[in-house]
Design a protein around this ligand. Sequence first.
Ligand code: ARG
Ligand code: ZN
Length: 878
Amino acid sequence: NVIYRADYQAPGYWIDSVELSFDLDPAKTRVLNRMKLRRNLDAAPQPLRLDGEELNLARVLVNGQGTSFKLEDNQLVLENLPEGGDSFDLEILTTCQPAKNTKLMGLYVSNDSFFTQCEAEGFRRITYFLDRPDVMASFTVLLRADKAKYPVLLSNGNLVDQGDLADGRHFAKWVDPFRKPSYLFALVAGNLVAREQRIRARGGKEHLLQVFVRAGDLDKTEHAMNSLMASIAWDEARFGLPLDLERFMIVATSDFNMGAMENKGLNIFNTKYVLASQATATDTDFANIESVVGHEYFHNWTGNRVTCRDWFQLSLKEGLTVFRDQEFSQDLAGEASARAVKRIEDVRVLRTAQFPEDAGPMAHPVRPDQYLEINNFYTVTVYEKGAEVVRMMQTLVGREGFARGLKLYFERHDGHAVTCDDFAQAIADANPDSTLARLLDQFKRWYSQAGTPRVRASGLYDADARTYRLTLAQSCAPTPGQDVKEPFVIPVGLGLVGADGAELASGMHVLTQESETLTFENIGSEPVPSILRGFSAPVILEFDYSDAQLIALLAHDTDPFNRWEAGQRLAVNRALGFIRDAGVAARDIRLDPPFMNAMRAVLRHPTLDAAFKELVLTLPAETYIAEQLDVVDPQRIHAVREAMREQLARELAPDWEQAFEQHRESGAYRPDPVSSGRRALTGMALSNLCLAARASGDQVWPGKAYQRFKDAGNMTDRFNALAALVTSGSELAAPALQRFHAIFKDEALVLDKWFALQAGAPDRGGNVLPAVKQLMNHPDFNIRNPNRARSVIFSYCSANPGGFHRPDAAGYVFWSERVLELDAINPQVAARLARALDRWKKLVEPLRSAAREAIARVAARPDLSNDVREVVTRALAD
Ligand code: ARG
Ligand code: ZN
């Protein structure tokens, strides 16, 4: 039952309105669903097939009368419906069991409250429906529940009535003024409290904003509320898109499969992306909350007002909305240098997570052509690469042109379910003279072709002619099901940097052919090309830079992204050299003075931001290094990277001390980019000083780290100090961990950090796996809670390659057991974990065979979910 994009057909029926009445009970909830339907006269006459899963059907009435029906694999089929185009009533009564819903799709219970998650296909677990995004209905929702246990009853739209019922129950009636597809439905019932804020929008309309949490968490909602207000203001200012609801609600739950969900007027969030106080959340948490709150809010226009025709179009809303949340965070960051830091962080995610996806067995285009389970396609490709595709459009039409394009998109498609083609067409049509409009068909290959393009650049300087010729050649390797790739439209930000650091030329070249050569005139001496500035396209850029050229770019490039990139290239080149040089033990690795000096110069630089320094001094991730190799030995990569880190720690010790002293006090806590950057660099310095002390056995810095851990006034400093002790293997790690647990034993999100730190710690002689198994026996561990499962199991299997890829294959055995265990509880979480071995084919023997065996063991199980089956089948395919 693979589903193909090419098979799309308009629905045979429309649902104009739906009235849902819920009698909420954890063991058995009654759902009465009264719909008004009519045939879609543009489609062939056909039976009505309503989706439904794990429902107990009690009654079906058509126009008030009993009717014949069939139940066929998760569909309710009605054949004897009124002919013609008139509307008819359909009433369906079902029950479901929210307390038993461990998949967290549909209606479920978390901490004694009810929540829903309907995207993509969860609504069918609540009632029978045409559970597809192109069927949009007006929703009226009546909620009834015990008043003492569930004092708060929420659904989409406006509260129109509420009151008491017999037997200690009460009710609330909600009407959503906007038509919407079923995946945007939501309800919440529980004992919750809200932070409230009234705002007056530009037009003068009043809005009520609410952030609902459990009673003890109210003091951690200020940042989320501020982020929401900033989001509303930003969307008005940048794109002219106002809040269209009287009431906008955010509700936090600690059991959630993903980050958050943009249900119309009632966003439901993982607590991780709502709750923050300086005592419990790090700077990264604060930044993530800002961007996820923004993301879900921006979906109100890009996703809800205009939605997807079918799930293959997912990037229509997700790529665009990630782009919007990235732009939002950049605009809030303010200064150019802080914007650049955000850009570098986003690119780092793309390259460490999406590039491997694009090169592995799950590779798929931004607009996929087929799926077995749509939940497997909420991916970094659809989200982050999709955002890069939108960003390239903005690059090709300019910022104003893009805003014009978005305006046209809403003029054409507001209230409709559309496709990625419709979006690209609107941006192009609003900019008829743009490169995008001219090359639209070719540009759209970014939606249809999977795989990361490579741009191979080479330069030729002619001193006599005073010219520099730069040749750019593109290619893209085959991906599963796509053997041949056609050339992409690749905007390439360019600059030429002179030997003295002066900028000799700059601009944007749009590469469309397989190979093109540019000639720069009047160039007095051999320049260093700065290519793909700002990471202007999601491609792999190859250029044989000399060390001297990279050092020059690191020192002088006016483009901060390429400045950072030059440092990364210097480090990757060294790492790859050491890794290939199998004769040299990791502890004997020697970094060369030019590299050391370049890194020292950045660290000492008088004007560079602390945040930028921290990014430059952070060595490329092990997974990023692995992608540069054909055969991967994760333990060798880990050992080499750790050895490089240790050497940087030891040889730059005086500079780390200096950086620590200079930035250790960041003043009253504020999670802004400048002070966050200072804390990040301080944390790095402390970590390096502890690492350097490890070799010498010196206790001064571990002692200082312990002190800082104890005294820190915020979680960022406290956690960084703890991590410094843990990752350097200090004897003080154990007492610090114990103390940390004692302080935060009632703070679930902080305990997640505590678990994750230990499961992700650098492996020393195979010590991490036994520690992970012990953590799973800890009374605070609970595999049913996705955050907790991720903090232990994923931190080990997906984020700790050195510890996971054990020569004895025990890591893989552990992985296969956990995939199966989770699959019986929550297939979505299991399928994410299944992807930890995506890149098994690159592994060095005997890891490769052992990994294949582990995957095959999972694949051999007859009772797998579609989610896991799709992942392991693809992994084993050749
Ligand atoms: N639309 C949500 C977001 O990106 C994600 C929901 C994904 N849910 C799922 N079950 N796959 O904001
Ligand atoms: Zn989204």
